[in-house]
Each structure stands twice: as C-alpha cells, then as structure tokens.
Design a protein around this ligand. Structure first.
Ligand SMILES: Cc1ncc(COP(=O)(O)O)c(C=O)c1O
Length: 473
C-alpha cells in the first residue's frame, strides 16, 4: 500500500525513516533521561582515526598543507603591544577535493554508505557540504541528491548559495532547490523514504569522525614545523561539526593545552528562516544565525542526536562582523598571495585580532581555508548587498555594524576586533533546553555529569545554573 505523503504523515514517520537511512538505532544510546552515551555513538562508526585517514587518502582528502601567514602575522604585530602578536598559521583545507574541510565529512559518510550497500546518498545542505558529498559520490560511484534551501519567495538566491548549486550539479548530483521555510526537512525525509538512499547527514558520527583527522593533522604538522602544540586553534562555527571534530582530533593527538576558539559572523537581529531577511546577509555559513542555536541545542538537526556538540569543546566563542571578514579576505590575497573563500576567513579575521593578545612566540592556527569562486567573491557579494538595499561604507565595524542594514569595512586593520560572546549564557541555555526537551522533573547523577561535560563546566556550574533558571521546581 502506498504511504501517505502529506506533511504530517511523513514527519510522523521520521524516526523510522532515519533508522533505515543511517543504519543506526539511536535508541541504543539513550538513557531515558537527559543523558545519552555520546562516546558510544561516536564509537558506533566502527572506524578508528587511522582507518578514517586511509578512507580519505583514497579520495583526495586530507593531508592538506599548514601554511604560516608571515605577512599577516607581521601586520597584527603592528597593532599589538611590544612582544605580542602570535604567529598565525592556516590549514589549507581548500586543497581537499571539492575545496573545503567538508570533504572530510563526506568521504567518511559516502564510504560507509557504499560499504553498507546503499545505492545513493542524500544531504540537506545549501553549503559546501553539498559539493563535498556530490564530489565523493562521483568518486565512489554512488548516486547523489542534494536538497537546498536556495531562494526567497521572489525566486532570488544569494550568490554564494547559487554558486554551490552549480558546483553540486557539476559533480553530477541532482539538486532539489527550495525556497526558505519549513519544507526543507519534510522534503528531505520524503526523498530519503522514496529512494532508500543513505542519509549523509552533516551531524552523523561518520561525518564528525571525518573531521577528527583535521585536528590530528594540525597537531602533527605544528609539532613538525614549530616543535610544539598550537597554543590556540580558531574554528569558524556554524553547526559545530568543525570545532567538535577538530578538538577531538587534537585530543587524540595528545594536545591538552590548546585553547579552542569558535568564531562566527555576528548576524544578531537577522532571522534565518525569514523570507524577507534571507537575502540580507553576505555570508551563508559561519554566522551566529546557525552558530548560536546549534551550540545551545545541538539536537535540532537532521538526526535524532547530533555528533556535533560544540559547547563540549569550546573555551571561547568570539564574533566578527561581515565587513571584517571581507577585509581579511582581501588582506589574505594581497599580503599572502592566497585567495580563499569567506568561511575560513571568518576564523582568520578573529585570529588576526586574537593574535594580538598572545606573545610573539605563541602559535595560533586557523583550522581551515575554503575554495573561492563565482558567488563567493567579495565583489558579487557587495553588488548583491547593494541591490538589496544594504549600505556599504568604511568605518568602525564594532561600533557601527548593523546586520541587514549595512556592511562596515574597517577603516584600517586596527579596527578588526573580535568580540567575546557570553559563553556562559549559551551554556545555561543548553542546560535549560536539554532539561525542558527531556521533560523530566529530576535529574540523575549521570544527567548532572552529562550536562557538565556538554557545557565543558562542572556539576557545580550545572546545579547553580538550574537554580538560577528556576528549573526542576
Ligand atoms: C568552509 C566551511 N567552514 C566552516 C563551516 C562551519 O562548520 P560547522 O557547520 O561544522 O560548524 C562550514 C559550514 O558550512 C564551511 O562550509
């Protein structure tokens, strides 16, 4: 009998569809309360770090160069107090097949799908991940469908998203393009059900295990190049997989003193699901519109439990402005001769500012660069912004930036200043959401421990937060 395909029926079958499409039963990791066994979920991939690296090496992924940005480091020193201004290094992830670190996630997920006998893979993404899955599917001989949230209701798409659709199609994937709104998840589930393909989710343990090799390589290359571990690693943050996988890889390499910093573009006040505001931004990832909701509620993704859990690994969360990232994109090209895309340059803009807090012999690594091209360039982005009524000017981004209204390019590099977000507020928000979602009236000892690990704090912090928020009353 044909299954009903209306919205409510498909959403109602979501757990069964997911089980089929991932070959994982998430109930195996649940405790019945707030806590779940995250490490067991990660182990369920069945692959060691070494095996993941081998899978990636077969498909032109990994072992990317670590490049010292000597001229940008020298520029940062001009604005730091004497003796300060860390050495800045970039992990050149644009060198991966498909041009971004997302190839690490895709290589692992697609190889697993193939091993399990799936005929094709599906991913819901309007970012680099679509291109990564499409490229890996082409290489590994599987069918590929990418579901994208592409346009506003006028049928107008941000140049960077349109660029990514083009790239997915170039790799031979079928691209389903949607307008912004709630139909993305429904369409995704429905296509999974109809095709029986593998859910190559960004948030599955296969994807995150794929990023661990990135952190591991950073540790090994740093030791070889400078004889020590990185003092700080800065990761552009959206759904949290980048910082989660990188930190886990660094830990596996034995880096215990590296400060992990998440960096996002500050889009405060712009609503991501709003038709009118969808095209008012000049970046499509690495912004607070994804970064904050995913950090405080990682499980609102396309799998029952996300393997990307950024607050477990973050020591600091900083924000930068759109204009600062654009300025750094040009500075990287002009001073280092390396032209790269906006996502990696979000971490770079933050690193340029953070380097000034650290002594000259400190080492700061930005975890990635990404490819650039077509819609990712500054010029089409600025032209599109202008068409959408955004004012563009030079000034002080920290004082004058207003997302959706203007883009403020820094008057000079001294105006690039990463701002610390209130990470404890995000931690409390996670605690509140986790308890509310579980619908429990008391916590077990395992729940307290779990929430302490989830927020990189301790049981005392969790208890105080619960009191302060008036939870479990
Ligand atoms: C090039 C690049 N860097 C960083 C990110 C952010 O990664 P995550 O969503 O895992 O936090 C993305 C995600 O879209 C990306 O494409």
């Amino acid at each position: 009998m044909a299954l009903a395909k209306d919205y409510k029926s498909v959403m109602g079958r979501s757990n069964d569809i997911m089980k089929e499409a991932l070959g994982l039963d998430y109930n195996d990791f649940e405790s019945g309360s707030v806590a779940f066994d995250y490490e067991a979920l990660m182990k369920a991939t069945g692959y060691t770090l070494d095996e993941v690296a081998k899978i990636q090496a077969r498909t032109a992924v990994g072992n990317t160069p670590l490049i010292e940005l000597r001229n940008l480091s020298a520029l940062a020193r001009k604005y730091a107090k004497p003796g300060y201004g860390a050495r800045i290094f970039a992990k050149d992830e644009a060198a991966n097949a498909s041009g971004s670190f997302k190839a690490r996630r895709a290589a692992c997920a697609v190889a697993h799908a193939k091993k399990m006998g799936y005929k094709g893979v599906i991913a819901a993404t309007s970012g680099n991940y679509g291109a990564a899955v499409a490229s890996q599917a082409a290489m590994q001989g599987l069918e590929c469908i990418i579901v994208q949230e592409c346009y506003d209701s006028r049928g107008v798409g941000q140049p960077e998203i349109v660029e990514k659709a083009r790239k997915c199609e170039a790799y031979g994937a079928e691209v389903i393009q949607l307008t912004v709104g709630p139909e993305l998840f429904y369409t995704f589930l429905s296509v999974l059900e109809d095709t029986g393909y593998f859910n190559a989710s960004l948030y599955s343990p296969f994807g995150i295990a794929g990023v661990e090799t990135l952190g591991y390589e950073i540790a090994m290359q740093c030791r070889e190049l400078v004889g020590k571990d990185p003092d700080m690693v800065v990761c552009t943050n959206a759904g949290g997989g980048m910082i989660t996988g990188t930190a886990r890889g660094l830990q596996k390499a034995g880096c215990v003193n590296t400060t992990m910093v998440a960096a996002s573009i500050d889009l405060t006040g712009l609503h991501m699901a709003s038709d009118g505001q969808f095209n008012k931004k000049s970046c499509t990832t690495g912004h607070t519109g994804f970064g904050v909701p995913y950090a405080t509620d990682p499980d609102h993704s396309d799998v029952p439990r996300s393997a990307a859990r950024p607050l477990r690994y973050m020591d600091r969360y900083v924000t930068v402005k759109q204009g600062e990232v654009m300025y750094m994109t040009e500075a990287l090209a002009n001073l280092e001769g390396i032209e790269r895309g906006p996502a990696g340059n979000t971490a770079l803009a933050a690193a340029f500012s953070l380097a000034q807090e650290l002594p000259e012999d400190a080492v700061i690594v930005i975890s990635e660069t990404e490819y650039t091209g077509a819609g990712k360039h500054i010029q089409p982005q600025l032209a599109f912004a202008r068409e959408n009524g955004i004012e563009i000017k030079f000034g002080d981004p920290v004082a004058e930036d207003n997302p959706g209204v203007n883009i403020v390019l820094p008057k000079d590099p001294s105006y690039i200043k990463a701002q610390d977000a209130d990470i404890n507020r995000f931690r409390k928000s996670l605690i509140k959401k986790a308890i509310t979602k579980a619908g429990v009236s008391e916590l077990t000892d395992a729940d307290y421990e779990f929430l302490a690990v989830e927020t990189k704090t301790d049981v005392d912090f969790v208890k105080k937060a619960i009191d302060e928020l008036g939870l479990l009353k």
